[in-house]
Design a binder for this molecule. Sequence first.
Ligand code: UT7
Length: 332
Amino acid sequence: MTKAIRAKISALGTYVPPRLLTNADLERMVDTNNEWIMTRVGIRERHIAEKGVATSDLAVEASRKALAQRGMEPSQIEAIVVGTVTPDMFFPSTACIVQNKLGAKGAWGFDLSAACSAFVYSVQVGAQFIASGAHKRVLAIGSDVMSSIIDYTDRATCVIFGDGAGAAILEPAENDSEGLIDFIHEVDGSGGQFLYMPGGGSLHPTSKDTIAKKMHYVHQDGQQVFKFAVRKQTELCLKLLERNGLKGSDVDVFIPHQANLRIINATAERLGLRAESVIVNIDRYGNTTAGTIPLAMNTAMEEGKLKKGSLVLLASVGAGFTIGATLLRWAF
Ligand code: UT7
């Protein structure tokens, strides 16, 4: 058997729309307060797309930055994987729309649905095309306009989510000192009932009735998701570290999905991570679903923590449930 080619993230671009939705704004919209949001979730503000701005627009902005960083033309991209739960529309896929807007004439692509794990899943799917030798330049994107599926009269969900995107270019690694090392993904479909959007699909096509019942919005049993997130994120990360002969304290940069500061802190403690290795930016962006991990990678770079050679652990839990843990060495 020929040896698989290791993939690396060779560039990263992120984008959030400029408009801010602060806790003070939310206090005027629903029965909530800054103190509850800060202590229970850890969010101060989130970015919200203007009407008419779609998931593909955020994805294209992020992709352009990644391409510019690498000095690459859109036409050099061979495949595009877009992780999202808020596609521009059911079809065509957001990947097709991104391909057209970007002018990535040589690329094929598709969307991937894994909610908050969608970026890490997109990266691994892209990495398999590199590993097999099928492609040399893949764009893995996580992009969501969560504000398009949030009920801004429901205080339990509307304070949590924001809009944002990130795009990573995947290329073959130069050698084994950089790139993606290992990953564990799991799904547990029995958790589907705790976080979902029931309306608009083939089971409940959009009708006056589905709209009256608010089935076109996100529904969440927060406590169930919280408990599952802490338990499974920790379990998968420990398993991944162990089978690579590593401990939590060996991790240079821990980049978790940003859903709740308490989930991040509980996971970090159970993994025995060094405090300075844990990347947090939920205060500025909220939960951007597929956007959180690339946005947190960008924060880690801005803070000077993510450097060439850094040992990085990514962790995600999302609707499905979907869970992901990825180990990699940062390559630039
Ligand atoms: O990214 C996908 C994965 N999603 C997650 O990981 C989310 C996981 N879950 C969570 O982060 C948390 O469960 C939430 C942030 C969603 C909720 O926090 P919680 O500490 O679990 O609160 P709770 O649902 O148990 O509610 C506690 C109280 C309730 O009032 P009572 O019944 O104790 O009187 C809620 O009605 O807080 C109330 N509450 C609020 N109060 C002020 C719920 N939302 C709000 C709010 N402002 N926005």
